[in-house]
Design a protein around this ligand. Sequence first.
Ligand code: COA
Length: 346
Amino acid sequence: MVTPAAVVCGIGGHVPERVVTNDELSSMLDTSDEWIRTRTGIRTRHVVEPGGSTGDLAVRASEAALRSCGRRAVDAVVLATSTPDRPCPATAPEVASRLGLNAAVAFDVAAVCAGFVYALATTSSMITSGIVDSALVVGADTFSTILAPTDRTTRAIFGDGAGALVLRKGQREERGVLGEFDLGSDGTGVDLITVPAGGSRQRSTGSAPDETETYFTMQGKPVFVEAVKRMSGSVTAVAARQGWGVADVDQFAVHQANARILAAMAENLGVPVERFARNIERVGNTVAASIPLALRDAVDGGSLSAGDRVVLSGFGGGLAWGSVGLVWPDLTPAESEENRAEGIPR
Ligand code: COA
């Protein structure tokens, strides 16, 4: 019997309308456009309006992805997020229902900025083992809702957004087949990226947390070093398993955490930085949405085309990281409203 493969057949994304510029942040916090641009590469980020949620963004990105491949239905919705609409239950079942997919397999995957690659690995396995024939894999986060209002560093970096790929059962020789994965974690780094309160360890104390403990915290410098090291290693491992040299990879769709991380990885890997998909200027770090949004914008902008060898790579809280390789399929992304509004070429 021929083992089926999981094939990428649709792509879509969505960011909220509200744009926060570096100048707007500088009017509220002790920061500047110059610091943010030179230390991170970010110029703007998008944030949800009061009452908006991760699920809302996931629905919009999923609709765009389904439209891009002319599908109305899939068997599963797998949502990578660490800012679910509620602590319990998972957000994916409600997203599936809002898409009209009432009996779909639906669950969340929590691996912070590596979540999208972990969700792809899980979903790919469900397709190759025959559990489902098709799926939406969505990465969506609204980190604006968990940042300390006074934290100039995290507020400069993070933005909200959602991105989605549609996967279907196919053959191993096709373009778009999800190829080799590399996944890993190092829980000794748990405190480098964390929201200290709100989970069982704090709630079992029976005392209300300090407000500061309810916000996201990150130790920027060690995270930067680990991000470069782990993603460079993981990308190299995937390229080797695919039978490619790192220099043969046409496009690296790497988590958009800091433009200097992308530059350091390019230097480490000995490839031109132009081969790294890059939309951090416009959207900042959108956590689980980062990789699919970067892919969508690379397709929209013409830097990623059918037949290109691509490696996706994510790294973040956990610590957790993951990469996957594929030959890019012939996809037309559903036109994104924000790209049209901002005049970004398709
Ligand atoms: N505006 C102005 N100054 C700021 C600032 C801001 N928005 N944020 C931090 N600073 C200040 C710091 O307070 C510090 O001041 P000090 O020297 O007086 O103490 C100075 O800038 C340098 O801070 P530092 O943390 O050393 O800066 P950095 O060059 O390491 O950049 C990050 C900070 C967060 C941008 C960077 O470390 C980074 O991108 N880390 C990785 C993030 C990541 O990969 N996340 C992925 C997982 S989600």
